[in-house]
Design a protein around this ligand. Structure first.
Ligand SMILES: *[C@@H]1O[C@H](CO)[C@@H](O)[C@H](O)[C@H]1NC(C)=O
Ligand SMILES: *[C@@H]1O[C@H](CO)[C@@H](O)[C@H](O)[C@H]1NC(C)=O
Length: 226
């Protein structure tokens, strides 16, 4: 826990982020994974509002990444009417992750956003949770667990962020065959204690991060499920 995270391009930001996240990340979380960092931000915001801390479920995190992949990089498809069908969970997402279909559990909320440039987890939090409806999803007492994912598209933008919430029992829901989700790179997901930053992660983290990029949001579509 005492180790310090450093990202060569942004050491100061990384240090601030690491300090923030060290207090909130659970044991299964990596400090070098933007999806885990987003979960830490979600949990710290929930606890500040007297809502429970959510368990970071790796099977659900992997499914969140599959959910992103269902959009095939098409940012303009992100919207209420363009959700992947519910049947995708059992037919595609679970098998792709090695999640046992019998352990799939009710999704109690979802946050999805897409934009052309890569964002840091705290920026992603801000555009995922940006109105009364999304705050209600964030703070819902129906959730017991969460899974988050981020992925670029073909080595670049657009970048999708997805958070899925569930009311399942963390130890028995979204169970992964052999305890380790199948490799589903590119992209990063939460809960799997996986370092997912840098060249190997294929989300091009750092490459597009400059202060100019941060303010040039071409588009940002957000979807809120039930
Ligand atoms: C939690 O997130 C919401 C939405 O971004 C924000 O308005 C609120 O200030 C945050 N609460 C804390 C304690 O950071
Ligand atoms: C919690 O679940 C109940 C029952 O399914 C539902 O009516 C309610 O809208 C949910 N609350 C939130 C904040 O999603």
């Amino acid at each position: 826990m005492a180790a310090t995270t450093t990202i060569p391009a942004r050491p100061l930001l990384a240090a601030v982020l690491a300090a923030l996240l060290l207090s909130a990340a659970s044991a299964a979380d990596s400090k070098n994974n933007p999806a885990d960092q987003l979960v830490a931000l979600i949990n710290s915001n929930r606890t500040a509002s007297k809502a429970s801390t959510l368990d970071d479920n790796q099977g659900l995190g992997c499914i969140a990444l599959q959910y992103i992949k269902a959009y095939e990089g098409q940012c303009n498809q992100v919207g209420e009417s363009k959700k992947p069908p519910e049947t995708s969970f059992a037919e595609t997402f679970a098998p792709n992750c090695g999640v046992q279909a019998a352990t799939l559990t009710k999704i109690t909320g979802r946050l999805l956003a897409c934009q052309s440039n890569y964002a840091t987890p705290d920026q992603a939090f801000n555009f995922l949770v940006n109105d009364a409806k999304s705050i209600q999803v964030l703070h819902s007492k129906n959730h017991t667990e969460v899974g988050a994912a981020v992925s670029g598209t073909s080595g670049g933008g657009p970048y999708f962020w997805c958070v899925l919430f569930s009311s399942g029992k963390p130890t028995t829901s979204f169970k992964v065959d052999g305890g380790v989700p199948k490799s589903v790179r590119p992209g990063c997901f939460s809960g799997n204690n996986d370092d997912c930053m840098g060249a190997n992660a294929a989300v091009s983290i750092g490459a597009g991060c400059s202060s100019v990029v941060f303010i040039v949001f071409i588009y940002s579509n957000v979807l809120f499920g039930k």
